[in-house]
Write a protein that binds this ligand. Structure first.
Ligand SMILES: *Cc1c(COP(=O)(O)O)cnc(C)c1O
Length: 427
């Protein structure tokens, strides 16, 4: 299996090369040269397969011969050792809970898969690799947890100071060992830009790779749970609409890949907060990235979503095709709080701010009798404890995964610009 760069200047890469490089040498994102739909019989009989069997069938063609079958199966089993339930919220709406992993956000799936792939590729290699990653909140914790103690790998996490929740900050600044947190005086897009610059800076004397969703090993495993959702729902014989709370648009783009593989999904809604670059693009036809604005759904505070270019590629850069397959709507923090209250009052379900934005996307899209809407519950509400408790006037029990980091001491290094990052990496 080959990957090409979406800037079309760099050479094609194998799965292994693309995972290790993160980004192609021309700064383009990697994209598979070929996407072969899965056999119809597999989709039809999906309930006869276990989640790990499904995941193997889904990812196999994208890994090719770069990882032996037995090892790939083991990586998948270790990655997916938790549940992906759909919780009914209303008659034709369910929440796909993606937060039952160790750091309680969907990013555990991609981070755990990628950490294991990289560890496999690096097992006979004496040179250290540095995973450099920018986080808007949840990636940092998931990557830190996924890579903690992995031999031959150092992890450097950039996060925007004061713009992640307290629990998210604890998850990425307290682990120590091979994990370092850099606290950036800026917004998420600054962190993301610095990471991209470092990759192409010939003066950096380390081997760098990325664990953001630009990395195919973080991005592609996110297809898995769209299949798991279908497995739970297909007996209802309804058309499926997925609303994906979106920031960097990696998760929704993985859902669209699942659709390309033959998964029957009728429509996607990309639900955003007021960082509305994509909703504006669909409305006006011009793509105008803006600096990100802080919101209560902070993991989606992205003004220049890096995966949108992959979505455009999937739809042959044709805005009309794109508009048929998906819609995108933006919601304010007030809308989000009102939705959290509505869901809690009507269904006794505590949604986190990101899930609530996803729910609003379904409501705005409008569901007919023949459709069933799924919104992705991308993180556990406890990760946004202050906002959730204040909005719903209730208390949330703190799960053990989170309890264990709360008393730990934060350690971070403050930087304010690219020179700070470069000095740290070369120091
Ligand atoms: C990262 C994140 C998102 C956004 O996902 P993208 O793939 O960047 O669009 C949404 N919700 C939560 C809780 C997240 O951590």
């Amino acid at each position: 299996m080959n990957y090409y760069s979406l800037h079309h200047k760099a050479n094609n890469a194998s799965f292994k090369e693309a995972v290790i490089n993160g980004l192609a040498s021309d700064r383009g994102l990697y994209f598979p040269t070929k996407i072969t739909p899965l056999p119809a019989a597999f989709i039809k009989n999906i309930d006869t397969y276990s989640n790990t069997e499904i995941a193997f069938k889904v990812i196999e063609q994208f890994v090719g011969n770069d990882i032996p079958t037995k090892t790939l199966k083991k990586i998948i089993e270790e990655t997916l050792n938790f549940d992906f339930p759909i919780v009914p919220i209303e008659k034709n709406i369910g929440a796909l809970e993606l937060f039952h992993g160790p750091t309680m956000a969907f990013k555990d799936v991609g981070a755990r898969f990628m950490a294991r792939c990289l560890s496999e590729f690096n097992k006979n290699n004496k040179q250290q690799v540095t995973v450099l990653v920018a986080t808007s909140g949840d990636t940092g914790g998931a990557v830190a947890d996924g890579f903690l103690g992995v031999k031959g790998v150092d992890v450097v996490i950039l996060y925007p100071s004061g713009k992640v929740s307290d629990i998210q900050e604890k998850q990425l600044t307290t682990l120590g060992k091979n994990i370092t947190a850099l606290e950036v005086d800026g917004v998420f897009d600054d962190c993301q830009e610095m990471v991209k610059t470092a990759f192409l800076d010939p003066e950096i004397n380390r081997t760098l790779t990325s664990a953001n969703s630009i990395n195919i090993a973080r991005w592609l495993p996110q297809m898995f749970y769209f299949f798991f959702a279908y497995k739970q729902l297909y007996k209802q014989h309804k058309e499926l609409v997925f609303s994906v709370p979106s920031g960097n648009f990696g998760n929704i783009c993985a859902g669209m890949m699942a659709q390309k593989l033959g998964l029957p999904i009728q429509h996607f809604v990309a639900s955003t907060n007021i960082n509305d670059t994509v909703p504006n693009y669909l409305k006006k036809g011009t793509y105008n990235p803006k600096p990100s604005i802080a919101t209560i759904s902070n993991a989606m505070d992205v003004g220049n979503p890096s995966n949108f270019i992959r979505i455009q590629e999937l739809f042959e850069n044709d805005i009309d095709q794109l508009k048929t397959a998906f819609s995108s709507v933006a919601f304010s923090d007030d809308d989000t709080r009102a939705a959290m209250k509505e869901i809690y009052a009507n269904s006794s379900y505590i949604a986190d701010p990101h899930g609530a934005v996803g729910y609003l996307g379904l409501k705005t899209y409008g569901l007919s009798k023949e459709t069933y809407g799924v919104f992705l519950e991308t993180a556990h509400p406890v990760k946004f404890l202050d906002v959730v408790e204040e909005t719903l006037d209730t208390t949330i029990e703190i799960p053990s995964q989170i309890q264990s980091v709360l008393h730990k001491k934060k350690t971070s290094i403050k930087i304010s610009n690219y020179v700070g990052l470069k000095d740290f990496l070369n120091g």
